[in-house]
Each structure stands twice: as C-alpha cells, then as structure tokens.
Design a protein around this ligand. Structure first.
Ligand code: SF4
Length: 123
C-alpha cells in the first residue's frame, strides 16, 4: 500500500499491514482519507480553529464508505487521539463508557456496582 493515510501517525506501519495480516486492513483501501493531509485528523487543543479542524475531519469521515468499520477499529484498538470513524476523542470515550455499562457481568460473578461491568481493556 503506497497511499498515505493518517493511520500512519498512530504507529501503525506499512509493514504491519502486509503479510498474513494484510486482509485485516482491506477496508482501508476504500478510506476517504487516502491522500488527505494527516494533520487534519489530529487537531491540537480546544481552540476554535481546532474545533473547525475536527469538524472538517469528521466531514471527510462522514463521506467515507468504511466509516463504521473505522470506528469499530478505533474503539477496539483504543485510539485515544485524533478523529476516527467520524468521532473525536471525547465521543469515543463516551462510547466506550456506555459500552462498559451495557456489558453484563460474567455468569457466576457480580459487578461491583452500577456501571462497573467491564470489557477487557484495549489500551
Ligand atoms: S472514517 Fe475517517 S478516519 Fe476512518 S478511514 Fe474513513 S476517512 Fe479515514
């Protein structure tokens, strides 16, 4: 894969996308962010320009045919920074929190209180 994706900024190398695990990355071939400026997806700070940058990145995601797959990947791999699958950091934090609340305690074990059921941590 020679296309430049902002995914490269997260430490995922081209090498990790080749070989036996290459199929796992097939969905990236259709990514709308191919060729986009990787910096767009990593706004810095809470300023108005950063918020505008976040919205521009999300707009790219919302036109992306693999948006839901990307979001799933971002949640599964614990992406804590940047815009992925049309969500920013805070939105993914909220999704993870809500998901933890929905996961029931394993049989034979009780959760230690409301909202304490956990899925394995990914990061
Ligand atoms: S959803 Fe956004 S970050 Fe994910 S592949 Fe598509 S454009 Fe890139």
């Amino acid at each position: 894969m020679t296309a430049r994706l902002h995914i490269d900024q997260t430490g995922t190398t081209d090498e990790s996308r080749t070989g036996s695990g290459a199929d796992a990355w097939d969905w990236l071939r259709d990514a709308a962010c191919v060729g986009a400026d990787p910096e767009l997806f990593f706004p810095v700070g809470d300023s108005d320009p950063a918020a505008e940058q976040t919205e521009r990145a999300k707009a790219v995601c919302h036109s992306c045919p693999v948006e839901s797959r990307c979001l799933e990947w971002a949640l599964d791999t614990g992406r804590t920074s940047g815009v992925w699958g049309g969500t920013d950091e805070e939105e993914r934090r909220r999704l993870r929190r809500n998901e933890r609340r929905r996961v029931p305690a394993p049989r034979g074990r009780q959760a230690s209180g409301p909202g304490r059921a956990r899925r394995p941590r990914t990061h």
